[in-house]
Design a protein around this ligand. Structure first.
Ligand code: GAP
Length: 514
């Protein structure tokens, strides 16, 4: 399936099977805002839980908090978001459409990258088993030329953005002859900065109301609570504070479904360390977070690191873990070495000391911070798009299957009486539901022929189907069907819990990280 078709299928499947709906759909929707439906909410909870277990429960030096979305407005002045949380925008004078100038350039580079991939595919075909990708991309003249072009463009873009040289960003767009993707026009305005924070007001009367922002990242709720947590938890450096929660950004180019939303959820962890150790911790968290992703079995080749040329105002090093989405490799998670920027700024703006006293060294210092920040919605999209597969079976028929990692699947097992009209079967199936539901999210389905029910559960991503038939009444056994292989096994009802647990248990999956 072509990538564009695949992505369309992902969006329609998410709606059809109760994962994601457009927000306020009956009023024609709200752009770049989405609601999670009955299965989507379960998947989201499971992802959040998988992250929380790995980050908080499995680390005795990381604790979790839940800070408010509203924060004192000075927070955002101190953090730099009021002055520097901007996107460089450019308007097309003919189409009146607005774009992120850096995204236009990056999309241009992505097209060159597509040419590299084409060359690789061609060579792969030509050389067969003898093909060595690494050797090819580092020696083939055409590929090297393309890569050099990408590197030169991105380097210049990074430099211009860092120096706030917006005139050069425009010059770059013009030199590359980048056209409006919608209309082909090259009639551009100058590039301008646009702040991404949403403003709101706290208080009843217009005169006394306080101007607030909806938080654009969850991280600041952690920074302002650094000392509260350190003291009440008697935490010793190095230690981390984790949090999941909503963040809001007035994204201008909000497209690609739940990839870039205006209201989204982050899972962030700030790791407080001794100044000078940031390089070591940066490498540690890069490796640890990649292992977490890989533990879910979505294909190791689908991840890559992308080190930042242009650093955010708070960072001295940063990398993205990129995932191979249906529209190409894009940022899934950021790992940032944030220095002591945030704590120092909050200290300066609040006038309160935010330092750590090291009892052994008998000295106080402002800790440095290593941050891991992942978008829950993006993780959802990565999982969902990667898991959605079309298969042609041996008999030539097609099946659509959502091969979500069993640990994250919304429903772990569907219990299906073979015949709806047979009361003994339905009663037994319902008894199994009653028993299993204490431990797993399970479903009961008695409608339609068994084959159709299997297909329905495949499409919704349920890893197990348990079928109750005539033999079940005789010998207390059922058929256990595996979603991914479609293999069926006859097993004793008493064994069900144990068998399902072995496959869906968080421990079983997280152990893959070690
Ligand atoms: N505290 C650091 C921070 O917020 P970021 O790179 O701006 O860094 C971190 O965001 C992660 O949040 C991204 O890697 C992405 O997964 C997610 N994210 C950012 N903006 C988003 C948006 N508009 N919609 C969905 N997810 C978003």
């Amino acid at each position: 399936m072509a990538n564009e078709d695949k992505f369309k299928k992902v969006i329609s499947h998410a709606k059809e099977y109760g994962y994601v709906f457009q927000s306020s759909e009956i009023y024609d929707g709200l752009s770049a805002v989405y609601d999670y439906a009955q299965n989507g909410a379960e998947l989201k909870n499971n992802i959040r839980n998988y992250w929380w277990k790995a980050m908080v429960q499995m680390h005795d030096n990381i604790v979790g908090i839940d800070a408010a979305i509203f924060m004192h407005p000075t927070t955002w002045k101190a953090s730099g978001h009021v002055d520097a949380f901007n996107d460089p925008l450019i308007d097309n004078k003919d189409s009146k459409k607005r774009y992120r100038a850096d995204v236009l350039v990056e999309d241009y580079c992505a097209k060159i990258e597509a040419k590299i991939n084409k060359e690789v595919k061609k060579a792969e075909k030509r050389f067969g088993d003898a093909f060595n990708r690494e050797e090819f991309v580092t020696t083939n003249g055409r590929v090297l030329g393309y890569q050099e072009k990408i590197d030169t463009i991105l380097k210049r873009l990074g430099k211009s953005l860092e120096n706030e040289d917006l005139a050069d960003v425009k010059a770059l767009i013009e030199e590359l002859e980048i056209a409006d993707p919608m209309t082909g026009s090259r009639n551009w305005t100058d590039v301008k900065q646009f702040n991404l924070m949403f403003g709101t007001k706290l208080g009843a009367s217009a005169e006394t109301a306080m101007e607030l922002y909806l938080r654009p990242e969850t991280a600041q709720g952690i920074f302002v609570n650094f000392l509260n947590v350190q003291k009440t938890g008697r935490m010793k450096i190095p230690f981390g504070i984790a949090q999941t929660g909503k963040a809001f950004r007035n994204e201008i180019v909000a497209r690609q479904f739940i990839f870039r939303m205006r209201e989204f959820e982050q899972m962030e962890m700030q790791f407080f360390i001794k100044p000078g150790t940031q390089k070591e911790w940066f490498n540690y968290w890069k490796e640890t977070r990649l292992k977490w992703h890989k533990s879910l079995g979505m294909g190791d080749d689908n991840y890559r690191f992308h080190d930042h040329e242009k650093l955010a105002h708070y960072a001295d090093a940063a990398t993205d873990i990129e995932f191979n989405f249906p529209f190409g490799f894009k940022e899934l998670e950021g790992i940032h070495s944030r220095t002591d920027f945030d704590l120092s700024k909050h200290e300066e703006y609040s006038g309160k000391k935010l330092q750590y006293f090291d009892h052994e060294a008998k000295e106080s210092y402002t800790p440095y911070v290593l941050e891991t920040s992942i978008g829950l919605d993006r993780m959802f999209l990565a999982l969902f798009s990667n898991s959605l597969q079309e298969e042609t079976l041996e008999d030539g028929s097609e099946r659509t299957v959502l091969k979500l990692p069993a640990v994250l699947a919304p429903t772990k097992a569907a219990i299906l009486p073979l015949v709806r009209k047979d009361e003994a079967l339905t009663e037994m199936a319902k008894a199994i539901v009653e028993d299993l539901k204490w431990e797993f999210n399970v479903a009961y389905d008695e409608k339609d022929a068994i084959g159709r029910r299997y297909r329905r559960q495949d499409a919704v991503g349920t890893p197990f189907c348990i079928t109750v038939d005539g033999e079940s009444i005789e010998n207390h056994t059922v058929t256990l069907r595996y979603r991914d292989t479609m293999e069926q096994k006859r097993i004793k009802i008493e064994e069900l819990r144990h068998l399902i647990k072995a496959e869906v248990d968080v421990k079983h999956w997280l152990m893959k990280m070690s």
